[in-house]
Design a protein around this ligand. Structure first.
Ligand code: FAD
Length: 462
């Protein structure tokens, strides 16, 4: 293992949305790092991902905003529909987020998840990302460093290990096993995630407006569709290139699903579109046609299946290992907060590592992790709770959920809506080691701790 160097080398496990954002940040901070990803190559799986303004100043600061604009559509609102028993669709209400730009300087963006992944990956030097390397085990020592073993039989050493390897994180499992053996793991962290829904999803190829009636007009909009064919919910979003991201969720009955099933199915896996049940295909969509039409317009290899789980873990770090993204807070996707939180984790953790990178002693590394956890845990908890609420609001199937939907989408005063999103969107942290993007909106921004190291570096250069 390495002999306690002062400049740290960071090993990032997982080249997902969080891991790649972390890599871009460390690249800009001139901190040595490598990423290890188990997939042999980037995979074109997934449906829509939306990014809220919370991360947009950061992405602008990292030089990604223009690229993001090219692959996205602005989200101005979202129509919510329900299917009546005879199959007709009626509009339940609409959420309007067109004021985001005035309030904080940015709209939310929606895009196909593979496009976002490709954009992030294009900003990481190719020699830093090692595909086809599944991390099999980790070991760490306060004084000497971390060591990982990968599926190709090799070992790799570093000073800091970041586990951003998703909901079923092997880094978390390995860390927790050791902590449990030492009696240091809180009981709640040893419990399984709650598995709430199963989703089948995909992104169509270019859709000829003639193939689906009314598609040309509707492709400029972004709709969410709520169905009452219990226990299903289905939705679609238009993304650039005249493509449609679609998703069908089924609420799971915990009696029929075990956590072993969840483990088998959880990660993004491709699902033969031929195996999708007929009743899933029959759902009608407001652009005309059915979900089945969208499935038929989707290349079979890019239809995938994921489980939707939730859990907030309380142990995020120990010694030289730290978790981020879905590995420590898995949220339901209805509020579009998971990737946003993984990116927010990345910037706060990168800021903390930057601050100690000139003197990365074990004590300083631990202090950096503590600072990261202190800032991020409360935000992640709030967002996990809002995701739970959004799941009820958008996909809940009880009669009380239906009333909640009707009231909130039709009668919630605009002033209350504005107050709520002004507060949520005011948290827009940026990298502390790069020139800041000014507040471009009329709403407030939560003040951010300045970097003493960056101030010192700037003074030296002046
Ligand atoms: C249907 C759906 C819709 C969503 N929509 C949105 C949205 O609109 N907005 C939003 O903000 N969020 C959304 N999310 C959530 C978002 O996708 C996740 O929160 C986000 O991808 C988490 O990023 P991550 O880097 O933590 O994990 P991931 O993106 O899951 O990446 C983990 C990576 O680690 C790799 N890996 C795993 N194990 C190992 C190992 N042992 N060795 C090496 N590599 C490994 C995996 O292959 C993967 O590449 C959605 C999620 C789902 C399921």
């Amino acid at each position: 293992m390495l002999v306690a160097p002062t400049k740290p080398k960071v090993l990032i496990i997982g080249a997902g949305l969080g891991g790649l954002t972390m890599a871009i940040l460390l690249e800009k901070a001139s901190i040595d790092y490598e990423i290890f990803e188990r997939s042999a190559a980037p995979r074109a799986l997934g449906s829509a991902t939306s990014l809220t303004p919370n991360v947009l100043p950061l992405l602008e600061q990292l030089g990604l905003l223009e690229g993001l604009r090219q692959i996205s559509k602005k989200v101005l609102g979202c129509g919510i529909y329900q299917e009546a028993p005879e199959g007709d669709l009626s509009k339940v209400g609409e959420s309007n987020v067109s004021e985001y730009e005035a309030v904080c300087g940015y709209h939310s963006f929606i895009m196909a998840r593979p496009d976002l992944h490709t954009l992030l990956l294009s900003h990481v030097p190719a020699h830093k990302v090692h595909f086809g390397k599944r991390v099999l085990s980790i070991s760490q020592d306060d004084d000497h460093g971390v060591l990982i073993r990968t599926s190709d039989g090799k070992t790799h050493e570093g000073d800091i290990l970041i586990g951003c390897d998703g909901a079923y994180s092997g880094v978390r499992q390995s860390l927790y096993k050791n902590l449990a053996a030492e009696g240091l793991l809180p009981a709640s962290d040893g419990e399984d995630m709650k598995v709430c829904h199963m989703s089948i999803l995909g992104t169509t190829e270019h859709v000829d407006p003639k193939q689906i009636p009314a598609v040309a007009e509707e492709l400029s909009r972004c709709d969410a569709i709520i169905g009452y064919n219990k226990p299903h919910t289905w939705r679609y979003f238009a993304v650039p290139g005249d493509r449609i991201c679609w998703r069908v969720d089924v609420q799971l009955d915990s009696k029929t699903f075990t956590h072993t099933d969840a483990f088998k199915n959880s990660e993004w896996g491709s699902e033969a579109s031929g195996s999708i049940e007929d009743d899933w295909r029959a759902f009608r969509v407001p652009i005309g046609g059915t979900i089945g039409d969208l499935i038929n317009l989707t290349p079979q290899e890019s239809v995938s299946k994921v489980m939707l789980e939730e859990k907030l873990y309380t142990t995020w770090y120990h010694s030289r290992t730290v978790l981020m993204g879905d590995a420590c807070h898995k949220m339901l996707p209805n509020a579009g907060r998971g990737a946003v939180n993984a990116m927010l984790d990345a910037v706060i953790l990168a800021n903390a590592i930057y601050e100690i990178a000139d003197d990365a002693t074990p004590e300083n590394i631990l202090a950096a992790f503590k600072g990261y956890y202190k800032e991020r845990y409360a935000h992640a908890k709030t967002d996990l709770e809002s995701s739970q609420f959004a799941a009820r609001l958008l996909a809940g199937q009880s009669w009380t959920d239906a009333i909640l939907r009707k009231v909130l989408f039709n009668f919630m005063p605009t002033s209350l809506q504005r107050k709520t999103y002004e507060k949520t969107l005011s948290y827009r942290p940026q990298a502390s080691f790069l020139p800041k993007i000014p507040n471009r909106g009329t709403g407030p921004v939560v003040a951010q701790k300045e970097s003493k190291r960056y101030e010192r570096e700037q003074a030296k250069d002046a």
